[in-house]
Design a protein around this ligand. Sequence first.
Ligand SMILES: *Cc1c(COP(=O)(O)O)cnc(C)c1O
Length: 230
Amino acid sequence: MSIDITANLRSIHQRIDDACQRCGRNSQHISLVAVSKKKPAQLITQAASAGQPLFGESYVQEFCDKHQQITAPIRWHFIGALQSNKVKYLRGTTELIHSVDRYSLAKEINKQWAAIEQTANILIQVNVSAEASKAGTTVADAEALIRKVAELPHVRIQGLMTLPPYHDDLEQVRPWFRQLRQLAQHIDGLHIANVSMDTLSMGMSHDFEIAIEEGATLIRVGTAIFGERE
Ligand SMILES: *Cc1c(COP(=O)(O)O)cnc(C)c1O
């Protein structure tokens, strides 16, 4: 099976533009995170050559291997479930960690980035649907968590991330995206020091257009760029 990454990227950018047109947004306010988990470094290099600057990985060991192998000047986001004892391997190499859902994890990130005298950019992952199988803090607990994490000097909260339930009917997904945006607006209105709500990470291959219509600023797209994963 051969994959035309250049054509896939072009088609996704067209769909981003179309979604923006429909809802009156500027496509420059939306960044595409190419989710390359379980795909070889060679495909990442291909996507980078095709002009894709930003990649997302979900597994620490896999990320470290690729980060070492790939020489193209790309930026990395970490989007997967993260154990505190592995945070040290991400130190200084990831531009944004999307998946912070508990204080103990934020505290470890703070410690690791303090050691290199830098500040880590993070998103708080919210389990909007409260599905038992999904990571993330609840909508009800998000504010308290954010207030606590905001006190860590080497961590900066940039916004929220969510992974809603899969649904063939995209109109069933829309309310979850809307709820994340409304939560971000609520948090923004609290004017908590050290907290920005500029970034909303939501939308994947099958639902990113709906996410854009509901305010996404980062969409995380894997399959539609790289093909199905094993
Ligand atoms: C795998 C993954 C994606 C990409 O999903 P696709 O359906 O392949 O676009 C996005 N976000 C997270 C958190 C993921 O784990």
